[in-house]
Design a protein around this ligand. Sequence first.
Ligand code: HEM
Length: 479
Amino acid sequence: MAPVNDLQARPRKPGYGVGAVPSLAKNPLQFFMQSLLNQGDLVPLNLGPTRLLLVHHPDHVRYVLQDNWRNYSKGSMWIAIRKLVGNGLLASEGDYWRRQRRLMQPAFHRQKLAELTQTITATVAEMLKDWQTASDQHQPIEMVHAMSEVTMQIIVRTMFGSDVSKDDTRAMVDAFTKALQLMNLRMWTFFLPDFIPLPGDGAMRDVLQQIDTTVYRFIEQRRQNPGGSDLISVLLEMQDADTGERMTDQQLRDEVFTIFLAGHETSATVLSWVWWLLWQHPEVERRLHREVDEVLGGRLPTFADLPNLKYTRMVIDESLRMYPPAWLIPRTAVEDDTIGDQPVKAGMTILMSPYVVHRHPDFWKDADRFDPERFESGEVAQRHAYIPFGEGPRLCMGNSFAIMEMQLIVAMVAQTFRLSLKPGIDIKPTTMPVLRPNQDVWMYAYPRPQDVAGRTWLIQSDREGSSVVPDAEAERVRG
Ligand code: HEM
């Protein structure tokens, strides 16, 4: 990699002033892409008292997130997120962050993940039984909600054990979705002091209280029944190697919130995009079906199958490239610095976008095309231009968990159904604050031909007397 200050950046123009706010507010993704194409790799954004710098080149991003990461704190845009996750890993800083990360990292080691496989596949199998009923009745399924529910169920069960009820999980999904929407406005008005009221502040307090009550109840239940193998039992047992301290209830609450927030909406939105992209690319879908049939032959996937589900992984990687849920990574400069040839003042907000880096024309050919094969070829030798999980010391702690979970879900759904978009739906990305489809993604689930031996995990009796919609109908809907 060339030293960042010698970088051959594309010609740079002076950036934008306050006049840019309406287009930024209207369509941030388009604004960010246009700023790269029209202004270059480093784009100052001068909003009166607030100075921002858009950083688009992967080498500059690496400089901020890795090479000189100590000079770039999470900063002001994270204040809104702190309202939700308190001092949890996602938002904490300094020695406290280091200690918490060291404490929690072992809970995400390979061996621990392997132990979670069965919980995940059992949860997905339950979802697919519900889908079977919907399919029999020719009812469409809304994918964003279905994926949110299944990933929330997975995170709740891996954190708190399998005895958490579906009602509790549904209530959590609804509450978190609402909290995320309410947080969006505070995030983009981060320069306004807290005492200035904004619409939605009261609703945010109510929803936080509702989530708090449920989470503290879960924690208390685990304290009463210690010794489980779920994540919360592991966190309750963990002691700091140096000080011997354990986490307090408040710290546990913050970390649980963090894992709920970081770990369900992100995977859920990627999966919604996966189904939509597969529907648009039947040749990719066919290759995926071939792989899951060959590797699994109709049985449930196990941890050992994951390396063999290579194409499944490529489909996920490519979906994450095109629609990275964490589309924006903000930082604040601690001291004066220089990025490339751009002077940076202490306190300046630095905005980096995996969405833009993943479509940077110097690194990705034909970036708007969905092409999982690029993850087989040398193109992704440009690994530093692929950052869906961030990079450097603050790299996503749940990245292996997320990939494992998504591989299992995609493989199990693809084994069982072909999904077909309800006609008349035109989907675009929106930033709320994760990158998600701008409207409901209603899809019909058509059973795949039963030419694969087994699939015994999908209870056959559930399907008796059903009126399965013939495949010809799927072809018609798909056009
Ligand atoms: C597709 C799914 C996911 C994506 C795209 C994603 C993306 C990210 C990104 C970009 C960051 C870095 C943010 C920054 O540098 O400011 C991050 C941090 C984090 N993620 Fe994820 N994430 C995903 C799933 C998960 C899951 C499943 C978990 C937990 C089970 C998780 C837990 C965390 C935590 C704890 C952090 C904070 C790490 C730290 O600062 O030390 N994430 N994630």
